[in-house]
Design a protein around this ligand. Sequence first.
Ligand SMILES: Cc1ncc(COP(=O)(O)O)c(C=O)c1O
Length: 481
Amino acid sequence: MERPPYLRLHFGPTSERQISTKSIVDTIRTQLNGKIDLSGCRLPPIRALAHQLGVSKNTIQIAYDELKILGLIEGRDRAGLYVATREKSLPFSEVIKKVGSPKLKTYPAHPNTLEHSPDEIQLSTVFLDPDILPREKISECYRSVLKNPGLRTHYSSQGLLPLREIIAKRLRDRGMDADARHVVITAGSQPAIDITTRSLQTKIVGTEDPFYFGGKVLMELNGLQTFGLPVDPFVGIDKVIWEQQIRKYRPGLLYLTTNFQNPNGYSYTSEELAHIIEWAHEFGFGLLEDDWGSEMLSYSEFRPGLRALGGKDVLYINSYTKKLLPSLRLGYILGSEKTIDNLVMAKRVSCLGTPALNEYALFEFIDRGHYDTHLKNVQQILDQRYNNCLNLLRELMPPEIKWTTPGGGPILWLEFPKRVSIEQIIQNLKNKKIHLIPTQKTFFKTPHNHGVKIGYAFLKEHQMQKALELLAVELVNELKK
Ligand SMILES: Cc1ncc(COP(=O)(O)O)c(C=O)c1O
């Protein structure tokens, strides 16, 4: 049987002296005699209403008895008291109608690489192989944090201070002007992009073409206008077009991924970075540097990016979700004296705070030296997988196929001749349980590259071999057409 709707009543301001049986009867009667027919609704139990109004159960009992005599309410066996049926009117349950769902914006469909079937080989994913993630060491840190009797029960909106301090120190070691007071902890890079771009006064942002899907769509959701800055992973940026676009759109910000851009794997040259910084001065826009891939570089090298070269007005974001543990969902923004208050406020009104328990555990992990050990291990494995991938490409790919050599990070770009149907290849491989992410929709207009991204951080050598062998067969067939 369906549960009858509960009668929600409002009692105006009262002092104890005013709450009499009569005032309760009058209040309920006024609400039952309104335009809406409330018949069939269940009245609050006597003890609940007595508790609410701070009066005895007897007072409520008398009030309810009077309402019964007035014919406004009625008892139903032992099921409680209900609003009595009115003549010639529909009961409440039939008056209330189902409301329509709110009209939400619709977005271009994009495969979610987190939700794939386990027997599929993910050939385009940017994630690391779960088997190389330091799950045991992380669990150890969580256990230790939970045992600490001094664990604070509250959180800081800006993020745990010791974590911000250790992050700032590591960034200073890399030549960045970084102070713990200017770091905001976020739930990964994605909320960092969200907070920053939502806070902009000038709602126009330039970003790479092809773009990082989650970044562009997020900015548009936040009401920003975006425009594309073409990057060809084989030749770099086209400075003439970049400058034309910047002059045309007069952006408030450029959002750029300096290392291993997603999807094309490109990393900017020093000369390009210097040009970008010069344009920022000349045209007065800000820079948001997404440095998600910096620590996935071979031989632990660090290549200074926009923040290191352009100074503390460059907003810098980075994350532990790809390099350490996706489910940890922690990252950060590094701002400056000028921007920090607004960034903290934007984070506060968006989520109040990030889970302090995760922040403590991450701090422990870095502070105990586990992060550096883990990175060394990741870099070594990535180097091997990268080499293996290059060897396989050389061995298996038909001569017309070319690829980039990013030297680190999780992805490279594989370029096909224009006559190859990418959709057909993706479909044929899907039937063989190889999953490739289509990239053609990540270009602003007509794609200037024709290919796919290959992720080598996730797959074991034998999986990569199988996937590339099958891809090569498809390509050979396509090229024959
Ligand atoms: C370039 C880039 N930036 C940001 C993100 C978001 O990462 P996070 O998981 O840290 O929120 C991604 C995710 O793939 C990405 O590719």
